[in-house]
Design a protein. Sequence first.
Length: 435
Amino acid sequence: MTVQLVEQLKSLDQKHFLHPTSSIEEQQIYGPAAIFCEGKGIYLKDLGGKTYIDGMSSLWNVNIGHGRTEIAEVAKEQMEKLAFSSCFATFSNEPAIKLAAKIAQMAPGDLNTVFFTSGGSESNDTAIKLARHYWILKGQPNRQKIISRTLSYHGVAFGSTNATGIEGFRKFTNSPAPDFYYVNKDSAAELRKLILELGPENVAAFISEPVQGAGGVNVPKPDYFKEVREICDEYGVLFIADEVITGFGRTGKNFGIEHFGVVPDMMTFAKGVSSGYVQLGGVLISEKIHRDLCALSKGILMHGYTYSGHALACAVGLKNIEIIEREGLVQNAKEMGEEMLKGFQALQKKYDFIGKVRTFGLLGAIEFVKNRETGERFDPLLSPIAVKEMVKRGLILRTVTYDQDTLVFSPPLIITKDELNDILRIVDETLAYLQ
Ligand code: PLP
């Protein structure tokens, strides 16, 4: 495409397209940094012909990589046969039934029933509403309070925004949310304290990502979730695991919470279930909750989306999971995650402005500090500058700056050792340039 046509598209973008989670100011001055037009494997290409490594799997989601013909084929086949039919009330369709059964088989414990949505925010809203509804049915209508962790990210629908522990998302509007509470992300003892302060008879659920993604790839202490499970059981609080990033292999197991040896009461998922090829998400509920819902509900479940159980999306989800299993991508995430950690540690030795590094499967983070001893941060922060420099060098990563100065990594689960080394090489070259 000619430079002129690209410029034309950029100005149309600036005028007509309000980007999600964007710097509106930057967007208005510079326009889009890249207009992508092709993707293959871990690579993206823009209209100017430049190739980038997609070190974030786009938004932590394109786990099987870009441009998979098999997915295109199954989508075409399903679209020609039946793209969509409503699953309201008693109607159903084959891909939705098969995908629900497949996910139930993969999920830990007795998480055996799926409610489908179109993404992570809807999934967390659904889980919050189901938890509250559950307690109404159980004759404890005061149990409506929701507790989440500082720096958590659960989405931007109404409930999921209010459950999000990154304050900026809640400050976007002024709506007070009296039934949402936030607890120090590292302390199970503080969770107990907060439940007792609120009165256990008023608390519906505690929601948490097994490993926080957008908050900075924050990995909990090994026994954190065991304690959380015990506390929730002790006070009858439902435990919702938000597996939107960590589900479907990203952490080296099917679901992130499996690393911690506990089973939640509900689990939300999205992103990796379809690797971003179509919009899909959902909530898994335990057999106990399902049994109680069936036994106690009278009339209609007053919650559902037009696209709950979308036939095309579910067919794509099934094929995506088939690829993950056939290609051993869960194991690859584990192995490449170990390689990534070695690479981070080598960089840490080389650059004294690298503070903590961590990986959890194919999630990774490198923190920058001006001074390792005091933890003092750069001013201006280094990670946003580094990310811009890396884009110039053909690598897309993300920065987290809420309470840290961190580069985060979430490459596709198909990544090879050579491709991972390319990522690490570009990071190294960029840091050498910036130091
Ligand atoms: N939960 C987690 C852990 C996420 O990372 C995200 C998105 O990044 C969401 C929920 C929201 O998902 P969506 O953007 O699909 O609504």
